[in-house]
Ligand binder design. Structure first.
Ligand code: MN
Length: 192
């Protein structure tokens, strides 16, 4: 059974950029629901239960499961794993990853132009989904958005950073202003 990982900070630690109420509902209700549904579908597949969530999403298209359960694993397993990455990528105090910043500057010219590119993808993605910084199959940094709870692992990519752009991630505080949420989020990203 997969478990809800403890947050390394309190619900109000990312204020004022991410408000405590949103963090509480997001973590204790939304994330919990993805986890519960993920565990529920895996009850039918003891042979999958021993794998890591990362491997399950990597192997999604080859898992010996029904089509309906494959969709559930994609949505709820993806939801579980995507949020693990999201919580871990934020903190009240920055711990800049100098190597990553250097690589970003090499690929995207500057940190500012990377933020603008990533931010625009997050701001313009239609509907629910996530913005991603990943390492692609060629080992190169790449940014894109994916719909719903789709995982870069299923594409063979390694996630580095993600931003939740489902309305539940920001609507209480930012209402329809997703762009303001995206701009504020950079303040709580740990490694950049
Ligand atoms: Mn979410």
């Amino acid at each position: 059974m997969f478990e809800l990982r403890k947050l390394n900070y309190s619900y109000d630690a990312l204020e004022p950029h991410l408000d405590a109420k949103t963090m509480e509902i997001h973590y204790s209700k939304h994330h919990q629901a993805y986890l519960d549904n993920f565990n529920k579908v895996l009850e039918n597949y003891p042979e999958i239960q021993g794998k890591s969530a990362e491997d399950i999403l990597r192997e999604l298209n080859n898992l010996k499961v029904s089509d309906s359960d494959r969709s559930k694993i994609r949505n709820h397993g993806g939801g579980y794993l995507n949020h693990n990455i999201f919580w871990a990528s934020m903190s009240p105090e920055k711990q800049i990853d100098a190597e990553l910043v250097k690589e970003i500057e090499e690929i995207f010219v500057s940190l500012e132009s990377f933020k603008e590119l990533f931010g625009n993808i997050a701001k313009t993605h239609f509907g629910a989904g996530w913005a991603w910084l990943v390492r692609n199959t060629e080992g190169k940094l790449e940014v894109y958005s994916l719909p719903n709870q789709d995982s870069p692992y299923t594409l063979g990519h390694e996630p580095i950073l993600n931003l939740d752009i489902w309305e539940h991630a920001y609507y209480l505080k930012y209402k329809n202003k997703r762009a303001d949420f995206v701009d504020a989020w950079w303040n709580v990203v740990t490694v950049i």
